[in-house]
Write a protein that binds this ligand. Structure first.
Ligand code: HEC
Length: 109
């Protein structure tokens, strides 16, 4: 009884950690969405986020078709946000790509 309670508490603790785990962890749509709305993406110091020009992903719904999506994302990070490009293999970039893929319209799946 007490033992299973401990396990339950441990599991809850791990779930709580999942938010902070992203820096080292697994790419996710949630993180991508967060970064898409992050003023400091790519070390940018301006007043724009990706969502400033693409609110809720407007205008990038078909970006999932782009075989060079990560490069396009970096183009906007550098050109529009005045940030530094993200390493293509980083958790951040992979998460942004996942977020763009999640915007794929249901009808064209
Ligand atoms: C200042 C406005 C602006 C901001 C901020 C901006 N973009 Fe863009 N973005 C554009 C414009 C304009 C285009 C289309 C023309 C082009 O490709 O240059 C575009 C195109 C794109 C495309 C290609 C869409 C397609 O159909 O292939 C992607 C992906 C994209 N942006 C992602 C991002 C991401 C990610 C960010 C944040 C790092 C961002 N954009 C920030 C203006 C912006």
């Amino acid at each position: 009884m007490i033992k299973s309670l401990k396990i339950a508490m441990l599991a809850a603790g791990l779930a709580g950690l999942s938010l902070t785990a992203y820096a080292a962890g697994t790419p996710s749509v949630e993180l991508g969405k967060k970064l898409f709305n992050d003023l400091a993406l790519g070390g940018a110091t301006g007043t724009k986020t990706c969502a400033s020009c693409h609110p809720n992903g407007k205008g990038v719904e078909n970006a999932w078709k782009n075989p060079n999506l990560a490069k396009q994302i970096n183009t906007c990070i550098v050109g529009a946000l005045k940030g530094k490009p993200l390493p293509l293999e980083s958790v951040e970039m992979k998460s942004l790509v996942l977020y763009h893929q999640s915007l794929k319209p249901v009808t064209s799946r």
